[in-house]
Structures are given as structure tokens and as C-alpha cells.
Ligand binder design. Structure first.
Ligand SMILES: Cc1cc2nc3c(=O)[nH]c(=O)nc-3n(C[C@H](O)[C@H](O)[C@H](O)COP(=O)(O)OP(=O)(O)OC[C@H]3O[C@@H](n4cnc5c(N)ncnc54)[C@H](O)[C@@H]3O)c2cc1C
Length: 616
């Protein structure tokens, strides 16, 4: 059952306690609870908002941002969004369903001990679990006529997460012209389906929506919890309570044993409760709150912990380090014709280094090859050390230079009724950041330093992506739809007084505005770069620095790597020097992928559940 009745959890013992009822937490809990002999407690800080239209109606995307459903963490540049509700990010995200390139997943395996390579943390191993999570409905003939397509073997059809194209999908000249323009400029091939491990293309993409449920969002909660909610007496989901500390039964002897968790009402009331774990505690609080909870519990850098008066339990200096988050800029123009459909956004271009940099590609490659060591030194404070980081960055460089990994995402962000928009973000930053608690108050937000653009090459990528975005908007056939052909601008119809519908559909635009654009007109980033079409790199750099925002795809803060690279968990997702504590969320992803994260995370959670069951 889903409950706010703390008596159902306090002072009780469960086989497994899962911390965080977000994307991965619900997935793992649901799989463990399939065995009726095992008891599972899932604790979620947010409320159960499954019946809130801001959650189930994808057309209201963006309306949950900066509300009680959003952690809205402060970073070194603006806010990072995160779902604070049952389903976590999967309840408030854009529902875009994509996967990275096979080489990127294969790289994860190379960061593990040789003895763990057989665990299958590679494309082949994860692809099967991503498909296990998926219940794909191929496009209808009408959707095909708009441009949707799929390759059967890239999808699962019997999993819990419904994935499909929406009945309201966009699919007029806008989409077609965007594809054509991008392809003409960059040479990117049009792909039928980018979910098969080769996203270096331009393609329509599906969403995790449920065709059998009025195209409502298929969040982790809707997919894994709702259908079994009344059957699983062995699974308790406690909402509106935040886990504040892990408890250890033996902390002097390594590996340490976790005996349970402390938690309190998320709204800050003083009373603290305890629940006990017979077998394991699984952290799934996401890439920001999981490292914070580890640190609050004494797992982290002893010097930092002692400075706050916390007794160190496990010495793992990289808890919270290796943070990789992506910067995004927004571009737009108004269209002379209305768009067809109401979305959500459905076409993405993923250029690789050559397609992004064009004639500058050789130079950009040379910069990467010659700079890894210097970047590792400059970012060493956000990693174990420069030697470890150099190995990690070399792995990242390898798939950029040799395996066509896309460097930026250009998401065609159509806006009802007439907007042409492009969201462009750097996918694979070389900059590294840190999440660090700054007090012993478990309800206080940790300090998040992403260190955006602290490796200058990340800015070069962003300038190249921005230039490409503007070129796409000003090149036919897409530019023939624009009312402002010279310098596209004004993306959100109605600007800051846009209707709720326009705001909802264009949530990303809108959040960008709410966050950092105090514009009083409907002028939109993209039209106001000093120098317009003749802007210099310096013009672009200063505009980007002022306007960019976080994508809200943080990863890496409890990375799955060998310990001498700065890993926090091993290939079984077990925290080093602990016996029964695992992390199963975006924190464990060691390197960014050229994709939105959720399909990958459902795969990780499915695989984790398998590992946990096998170990038991
Ligand atoms: C605005 C936005 C848009 C996105 N768009 C897309 C998209 O279109 N497609 C895509 O594939 N991905 C998208 N993502 C990314 C994806 O949703 C996230 O990467 C994913 O949800 C992360 O999963 P997770 O399980 O690691 O964490 P989450 O899903 O964030 O779950 C963590 C959960 O733990 C809870 N929690 C935290 N601390 C505690 C605690 N101490 N005690 C109890 N509970 C706690 C949180 O409230 C939350 O519910 C988007 C993300 C955001 C924020």
C-alpha cells in the first residue's frame, strides 16, 4: 500500500528498505516485492501525486517545476530540477525515450575491476534490461504518415513502462523541415529509430506514455506500482517522509553492516523514526540526495565530515564527486504557419564531433587529444585524483573521437501554436563537479558545484552547438517557416504572459524563463546575441554564460567504478567497505551518455534487482 501512516514503518523490520520512490527506487522495490516472502519498505520524501494532472498529463509538462513537486536545487548557475514526488523525475520529466550509443555503455565495463567485467555492464547486458522494462506500441499508420517509425528488435513489448508515440504528436512541415535542414547542413542521416545503440542521427523519438490509459505518463509509479498496488501486501510505500541517516550495527569492522534508516516528516517536524533492514538498504534518492545522505551518515571524505562534526564510518573521498551535469541554451523563432499537433516534442538531432565542428573538427580533435592530462589536473579536486581522472577522461575521449558519440543534442522544441524552438545542450562535458553537504541538517540542500565550462573545451562545444542551432533556424527549408528570417527570435507565444497551455507544452522554454530570463517582452534567447548573425566566439561565450541553464540530468556522484578510479560502488552496486548497502540510481552512472537518461535508468534498476535477487 501507499501510505502516509508512519506507524506502518516506524520500529518495524523489513527485508529490504529502499530510500527514494523515484524512477529507480520504485522499479527495484517492485521487482523485489515480486517475491511474496520478502518484505519491502520504500520511503519517498515527496507525496503521492499520481492523480495530479501536472504529473499524469504530459501536456502540462513544466507546470510542476519550482512547485512542491520539485527539489529545485540551487547550483552554481540557476536551478536544477528534480522530482520530489512518487515516481521522482519520471513523474515530472519530458518523457522523451532515447538511449545512448553502444560504445558509451561498453565503456562503463572498462572502468570496473577485471573480475567484474563479466557482470554485463555493457551495451549488450543493459540493452536486454532496458527492453525488459519496456512495453512498446509501434506507431499507428497515422503516426507513421507524420514521420514516426520504429525498429521492432530495438524495443521490449512485455515490460511495465508503456512507450509509444502520442495521439497528439507533432508532425507537419515543421518536423520534416527541421530534419531536412539538419541533415543538409551536417550530413546527419535520418534514422527510423535511434533506440538501438546508434543515436548519431536525426530521428523522431517516442515517449513513455500509455496508449491504453489515455496517453497518460507511464512513470515508474504508474508502471511498476499502480498495477500491483492492491496485491502486494509485502510492499509498503511510505510517502512524505525523508530518510535522514543510515544506521550501522557494526561500524568499526569493515565491511560495515547497515541495520536500518532514520527518517522524519519531509516538512521538517522534529520527530525522528527508525525502520530496520534484515537484508539490505538500497539508496535510490537520485544523484543529488544520495551522496548527501551518504555523507550525513558518515560515508565520504573524513576531513569534510569531521569539519561538520560527523563521525566518519567509511572513508570514501569521492562521494559526491565526479558530478556531470549538462548546460543548455534555447533558441527560437516564430512560425508563419501553425504547428500540426500539440506534442510533446518529438524530433532530435545528435551530431558527432565532425558534424558539429565541420571544418574545425580536426582542430577540435587535436585539442581533446592534447589536453586530457591538463583537464584531469584542473578537475582533480572533483575526482579521486588527476591520475584516476585522466583514465576516465581518456575513456570518454575515446568514444567521442573514435566511436561517433554525439556531442550535443538539438531537440526540436515545437511550441503550440506557432513557435519554432531548439533546445541545444552539451551532452558529454569534460568538466566535473561536486555535491557536498554543508550542515548536519538533513533537510538542508547540499551545495552543488557543477563547475559548468570549467574545462574550456565544453564552452567550445557549446558555442559550436549554438552556432549550428542558429544556422539551422536560418537555413531553408526550416527558415521558410520563420516570420523572422534574419535573426530568429520570440519563441514562446505571448512571452511571459503566455497562456498556461503554451507554457505547459513549452515547459522547458518556460522553466528557462522563470529561472533566469527576466524578459518583459517575448524576445527569446537566440535573437539577442550581440552581433546577431555576425557574432564572434567571444559574443557567443558571454551570451551563453549569462543565459544557459542546467538540463537537470545529473549523474556520477556515487559512480560505479573500481576504487582506484574513485568509484563509490562496485559492479554489484554495493558501496565499498559496506556489506549490505547499495546505490541504484543516476549517481552510479560513471560517464554521461548521448541520451535522455530514463530508459537507461529503468535498465539499470532492472539489472540491479536481478543482481540483488541473485546475491540473496
Ligand atoms: C525536468 C526534468 C526533465 C527530464 N526530462 C527527461 C526526459 O524527457 N527523458 C528522460 O529520459 N529523462 C528525463 N529526465 C531525467 C530523468 O527523469 C532522471 O534522470 C531520473 O528521474 C533520475 O532517476 P533516479 O531514480 O536517479 O532519481 P529520481 O527519479 O529523481 O528519484 C529520486 C527520488 O528520491 C526521493 N528522495 C530524495 N532524497 C530522499 C530521502 N532522503 N528520503 C526519501 N526520499 C528521497 C526524491 O523525492 C525522488 O522521488 C528529466 C529530469 C528532469 C528533472
Amino acid at each position: 500500500s501507499v501510505t502516509t501512516n508512519v506507524a506502518l514503518a516506524a520500529n518495524q523490520t523489513f527485508d529490504y528498505i529502499v530510500v527514494g520512490g523515484g524512477l529507480t527506487g520504485i522499479t527495484v522495490a517492485a521487482r523485489l516485492a515480486e517475491n511474496s516472502r520478502l518484505s519491502v519498505l520504500l520511503i519517498e520524501a515527496g507525496a503521492d501525486n499520481r492523480n495530479d494532472p501536472r504529473v499524469y498529463d504530459i501536456h502540462k509538462y513544466g507546470k510542476a517545476f519550482n512547485s512542491e513537486l520539485d527539489w529545485s536545487w540551487t547550483t552554481d548557475k540557476g536551478h536544477m530540477l528534480g522530482g520530489k514526488t512518487l515516481g521522482g523525475g519520471s513523474s515530472i520529466n519530458g518523457a522523451t525515450w532515447t538511449r545512448g550509443s553502444a560504445a558509451q555503455y561498453d565503456a562503463w565495463q572498462s572502468l570496473l575491476e577485471t573480475s567484474e567485467e563479466s557482470l554485463g555492464w555493457n551495451w549488450a547486458g543493459l540493452f536486454s534490461y532496458m527492453k525488459k522494462a519496456e512495453n512498446f506500441s509501434a506507431p499507428t499508420p497515422e503516426q507513421r504518415s507524420k514521420g514516426a517509425d520504429s525498429v521492432e528488435e530495438y524495443h521490449g513489448t512485455t515490460g511495465p513502462v508503456h512507450v509509444t508515440f502520442p495521439d497528439t504528436m507533432y508532425g507537419g512541415d515543421h518536423q520534416k523541415f527541421f530534419q531536412e535542414t539538419v541533415s543538409n547542413i551536417t550530413g546527419l542521416p535520418l534514422s527510423r529509430d535511434l533506440n538501438g545503440g546508434e543515436p548519431n542521427c536525426v530521428s523522431f523519438v517516442p515517449n513513455n506514455l500509455n496508449r491504453e490509459d489515455s496517453y497518460h505518463r507511464s512513470s515508474s509509479a504508474a508502471a511498476y506500482l499502480t498495477p500491483v498496488e492492491s496485491d502486494r501486501a509485502n510492499w509498503t510505500t511510505l510517502t512524505t517522509y525523508q530518510v535522514t541517516k543510515l544506521l550501522f550495527s557494526s561500524s568499526s569492522q569493515k565491511p560495515v553492516t547497515v541495520s536500518g534508516v532514520q527518517f522524519k516528516k519531509t516538512n521538517g517536524s522534529v520527530e525522528t523514526f527508525t525502520a530496520y533492514a534484515r537484508k539490505e538498504v538500497i539508496l535510490a534518492a537520485g544523484a543529488i540526495q544520495t551522496p548527501a545522505l551518504l555523507q550525513l551518515s558518515g560515508i565520504g571524505d573524513p576531513t569534510h565530515l569531521k569539519s561538520l562534526g560527523i563521525t566518519p564510518v567509511v572513508n570514501l573521498t569521492t562521494v559526491g564527486k565526479n558530478l556531470q551535469e549538462q548546460p543548455m541554451s534555447v533558441f527560437g523563432s516564430n512560425s508563419s504557419i501553425p504547428v500540426s499537433g500539440t506534442g510533446p516534442n518529438d524530433v532530435i538531432a545528435y551530431p558527432n564531433l565532425k558534424q558539429l565542428f565541420g571544418s574545425e573538427a580536426a582542430n577540435a580533435s587535436k585539442t581533446i587529444k592534447n589536453s586530457i592530462s591538463a583537464w584531469a589536473s584542473s578537475q582533480a579536486g572533483s575526482a579521486l585524483n588527476s591520475v584516476a581522472l585522466e583514465t576516465i577522461l581518456k575513456t570518454q575521449a575515446d568514444y567521442i573521437l573514435n566511436k561517433n558519440a554525439p556531442l550535443v543534442e538539438i531537440f526540436y522544441s515545437t511550441g503550440y501554436p506557432t513557435a519554432i524552438g531548439l533546445l541545444m545542450w552539451t551532452l558529454l562535458p569534460f568538466s566535473r563537479g561536486v555535491v557536498k553537504i554543508n550542515s548536519t541538517n538533513p533537510l538542508a540542500q547540499p551545495t552543488i558545484r557543477v563547475n559548468f565550462f570549467s574545462v574550456d573545451f565544453d564552452m567550445r562545444v557549446h558555442v559550436a552547438g549554438s552556432r549550428l542551432a542558429r544556422r539551422i533556424l536560418t537555413t531553408p527549408p526550416l527558415s521558410t517557416l520563420s516570420t523572422n528570417k534574419a535573426i530568429p527570435c520570440s519563441a514562446v507565444p505571448g512571452g511571459n504572459s503566455a497562456t498556461d497551455e503554451a507554457k505547459g507544452i513549452q515547459g522547458v522554454f518556460q522553466s528557462y524563463r522563470n529561472d533566469s530570463t527576466p524578459s518583459t517582452t517575448d524576445a527569446t534567447p537566440g535573437c539577442d546575441v550581440p552581433g546577431g548573425n555576425n557574432a564572434t566566439d567571444e559574443d557567443w561565450r558571454s551570451w551563453i554564460k549569462e543565459k544557459f541553464n542546467a538540463v537537470s540530468h545529473p549523474i556520477g556522484t556515487a559512480a560505479m567504478m573500481r576504487r582506484n578510479l574513485g568509484g563509490v560502488v562496485d559492479g554489484h552496486l554495493r558501496v565499498y567497505d559496506t556489506k549490505n548497502l547499495r546505490v541504484v540510481d543516476a549517481s552510479v552512472i560513471p560517464l554521461q551518455i548521448s541520451a535522455h537518461l530514463s530508459s537507461t535508468l529503468f535498465g539499470i534498476a532492472e539489472k540491479a534487482a536481478h543482481l540483488i535477487k541473485a546475491d540473496a
